[in-house]
Design a protein around this ligand. Structure first.
Ligand code: MLT
Length: 347
């Protein structure tokens, strides 16, 4: 049974919000935000993902770790990459997957979110992967589902996108090694509306990154951004100077109210990453972007498709990281690819 609850709202993201993410043994039960989770847990996600990255390169890309579990993709907001990589992750773990298209579901006929959830719960599901345009929606659902169900936040408003942040940490670690303390990471663009940037900043700081910089016009920065432990720049070339990692963000026009920018062309002139501008970063700097990319708005095609770009690796690693989070939350007693192989040999 779900409890009575209020509408999703930012107020639901309280300071103890991360507490509901852990079970009584301190293990990950829901994954809603990177905020407040310790470095040991974040490192456990990255280490577990390493074992699944190998599975994804095998001829038979499947392990039986979540056989018999049912995972429901509940996407209230459009997505291609995130939804499909969650679906592939679940299938490669042998779970059954249900994709609920909210635009054609009963929620759009006036059924409340809680009624929709109760009906899906009655089908004996084990996990909800939720994307919603309201900040706080994933917390709201986690607070209102049955005890046995895990909730993974696949992006809520401009609040959090924790699996994206962890696949970004995984990409950084694969390219730059495990010591984040040596790294200068620059995040460029629409920080204000970006759930990805927020989740990245929390994760980078928890993993003790040497320096985290944000680079944006004043209109695209939240007022309290320094309190997140970042150095702020408004000039792109100065901001990416000697960076090891440059993360570009999309302009989140769907979340902007009012005119925050003169024009896309002007934005590109000031903040677009070109080959020439990238010279300010370190020679071996990598370029990342969570996608979808807007060529000629935040990034030039020569950079997006160039030798420093790891943008498509991010997509591939997303499957391994989502497999890791799914096994850590649902199969809390068995959670590496090797465990899955042992299990397979028994059958
Ligand atoms: C998101 O869902 O936030 C994306 O991965 C990034 C974007 O939409 O720009």
């Amino acid at each position: 049974m779900v409890n009575k609850a209020t509408k999703p709202t930012d107020a639901l993201i309280g300071h103890d919000s991360w507490n509901i993410q852990l079970d009584k043994n301190g293990q990950l039960k829901h994954f809603l935000t990177t905020e407040g989770l310790g470095s040991a847990l974040l490192t456990q996600i990255l280490d577990t993902a390493e074992s699944f990255a190998d599975v994804n390169e095998k001829r038979v890309k499947k392990v039986p770790l979540l056989r018999g579990k049912t995972i429901v993709n509940l996407f209230f907001e459009a997505s291609t990459r995130t939804r499909t990589t969650f679906e592939l992750a679940a299938k490669r773990l042998s779970a059954d997957v249900l994709n609920i298209n909210i635009s054609t579901s009963a929620t759009s006929k006036g059924e409340t979110l809680l009624d929709t959830l109760q009906n899906i719960q009655a089908m004996h599901c084990d996990m909800f992967v939720v994307r919603h345009s309201d900040s706080g929606a994933a917390h709201y659902i986690a607070n209102n589902v049955a005890e046995n169900i895990s909730v993974i936040n696949a992006g809520d408003g401009s609040h959090a996108h924790p699996t994206q942040a962890m696949l970004d940490m995984f990409t950084i670690r694969r390219n730059k090694g495990t010591n984040f303390g040596n790294l200068r990471v620059a995040i460029v663009g629409d920080i204000k509306h970006s759930r990805v940037a927020r989740s990245q900043i929390h994760a980078l700081n928890t993993l003790n990154t040497g320096e985290v910089r944000v680079i944006a016009p004043r209109t695209l920065l939240p007022v309290d951004i320094e309190s997140m432990g970042v150095n702020v720049f408004h000039d792109l070339s100065t901001g990416i100077q000697d960076a090891d990692v440059v993360i570009m963000l999309r302009l989140q026009k769907e979340r902007m109210s009012g005119a925050l920018l003169p024009s896309e062309q002007e934005y590109f002139q000031l903040y677009g990453l070109t080959e020439k501008r990238l010279k300010a970063a370190r020679d071996d700097a990598i370029v990342m972007h969570p996608g979808p990319i807007n060529r000629g708005v935040e990034i030039d095609s020569n950079v997006a498709d160039g030798p420093r770009s790891v943008i498509l690796d991010q997509v591939s690693y997303g499957i391994a990281v989502r497999m890791a989070v799914m096994t850590m939350t649902l199969g809390r007693e068995r959670e590496t690819a090797a465990d899955g192989e042992k299990e397979d040999n028994k059958t």
